[in-house]
Design a protein around this ligand. Structure first.
Ligand code: URA
Length: 433
């Protein structure tokens, strides 16, 4: 078999056989296929797509490219969630402690930022001392003792996805339905969870820009998971605006803690409670409505926040930062972005907001870039809000003042202000079961 022929076949719209897909992923994993051929096939898949059968084969090949985790030593039902990626999406930091505080085990493996989107591992590393790498024994022990652990993917876990993820990030091939489905479900199936809730984002800040495409991706991933014996649900949630008001790593951890204190932004709180409710429901705790009420209670009585503190302490992080987020190191400089028009914010390009945060140092342009954890954006106005000319719509934070003008320009260009009040969009579009 030759990689050249596989690329040509997909380029010309052909359907790859199971053997060809296994050959490709085998070569990605053992390093025998060079990056330029991997990237070329990703681009061909981007343009030509894949059938459901090809996508399933790709998912299973990614799953089998490394070690499969065995969680049988974890007592109790295990539930996980995974987001397709968004801007200001700090839901894992809120949802996982809620669910764990209600007795469902959460053994969570998370990713880093990808493209314009943030990643849970980067956010957790904003907490001083927090170890995102644990041995399998440490990970399992913590899940048994505390009920929750969140780590990055180890080198042995779905290594083909690690390679593909990094190459897709720099070759404009992230937003491809089969590549996203295989990436997410390949990892989810290599882990050993009973229940999985997917948060499929839709809109300008997500990789799927329309509700129809997001619904198609959700259906595909739910079916792949169910065929592999998992209990699955996908929520389709709005990413036409950032979730919450904070974008950037430590700013997002602070907002997640506020949400666990019951003082979070409404949109973030609602999405988190719904995700937690469906995780608990899949895990057998009752109907989604009953489980959403349980999740609310876990915030009100402080048990979810306590669970996050226990988790942070168990992973070597400074739990004082969670008890008092004012102690997080702040960026040296801030800058107010002011509206040049008056009216209502009708729409925002959420991807551009994510890129503005990246430009302030909150994300990476290359895999080697270091992150500035304190950099980012706090939104003072969101879609639907009235603004006056000269009114502050966002505050930028950075440790280098020279970064402000370009980020401010990007943010203003991405904010549409008009005379009329925009139509309200749903926060949760659909539940795919
Ligand atoms: N999250 C993933 O894990 N993979 C993707 O391809 C996109 C989002």
């Amino acid at each position: 078999m030759r990689m050249y022929d596989i690329i040509k076949k997909k380029r010309d719209g052909g359907e790859l056989s199971t053997e060809e897909i296994k050959y490709f992923i085998g070569g990605v994993t053992d390093g025998s296929i060079p990056d330029y051929q991997i990237s070329a096939l990703c681009m061909a898949i981007y343009f030509r797509g894949m059938t459901v059968r090809e996508t399933c084969d790709l998912t299973f090949a990614v799953r089998d490219s490394g070690e499969r985790l065995d969680f049988s030593a974890i007592g109790g039902i295990r539930a996980d969630k995974h987001s397709t990626g968004g801007v200001g999406d700090k839901t894992s930091l809120v949802v996982a402690p809620i669910v764990a505080s209600l007795g469902v085990k959460v053994a969570k493996m998370s990713g880093r930022g990808l493209g314009h989107t943030g990643g849970t591992v980067d956010k957790l590393e904003a907490i001083e001392g927090f170890r995102t790498t644990l041995s399998e024994e440490e990970f399992i022990k913590q899940v048994n003792d505390v009920g929750l652990s969140i780590v990055g993917q180890s080198r042995q876990f779905a290594p083909a996805d690690k390679k593909l993820y990094a190459l897709r990030d720099v070759t404009a091939t992230v937003d491809s339905m089969p590549l996203i489905a295989a990436s997410i479900m390949g990892k989810k199936l290599a882990a050993d969870d009973d229940c999985i809730v997917l948060d499929v984002k839709t809109g300008s800040g997500s990789f799927m820009k329309t509700v129809e495409k997001s619904r198609e991706l959700a259906r595909l991933m739910v079916d792949i998971g169910k065929n592999a014996g998992k209990k699955m649900v996908a929520l389709i949630t709005n990413m036409d605006r950032p979730l919450g008001n904070a974008i950037g790593n430590s700013l997002e951890v602070i907002e997640a803690v506020e949400t666990l204190n019951g003082r979070g932004p409404e949109d973030l709180t609602e999405v988190c409670l719904t995700l937690a409710g469906y995780m608990l429901s899949l895990a057998g705790k009752g109907t989604p409505a009953k489980c959403i009420a349980l999740a609310k209670e876990a915030i009100l009585d402080g048990s979810a926040l306590k669970k996050l503190m226990e988790t942070v302490a168990a992973q070597g992080g400074d739990a004082n930062l969670i008890a008092d987020p004012a102690k997080f190191q702040r960026a040296k400089f801030s800058y107010a972005v002011r509206s040049t028009e008056r009216g209502y914010i009708c729409a925002v390009d959420t991807e551009a907001y994510g890129l503005a945060s990246l430009a302030l140092g909150a994300g990476r342009n290359t895999a080697e870039d270091a992150i500035d954890y304190s950099a980012g954006i706090i939104l003072r106005k969101k879609t639907g809000d009235r603004v006056e000319q000269g009114e502050e719509i966002a505050t930028l934070y950075a440790n280098d003042e020279a970064l402000f003008p370009a980020a401010a320009k990007k943010l203003l260009a991405a904010t549409v202000v008009k005379d009329e009040v925009p139509e309200e969009e749903p926060l949760i579009y659909d539940v795919v079961e």
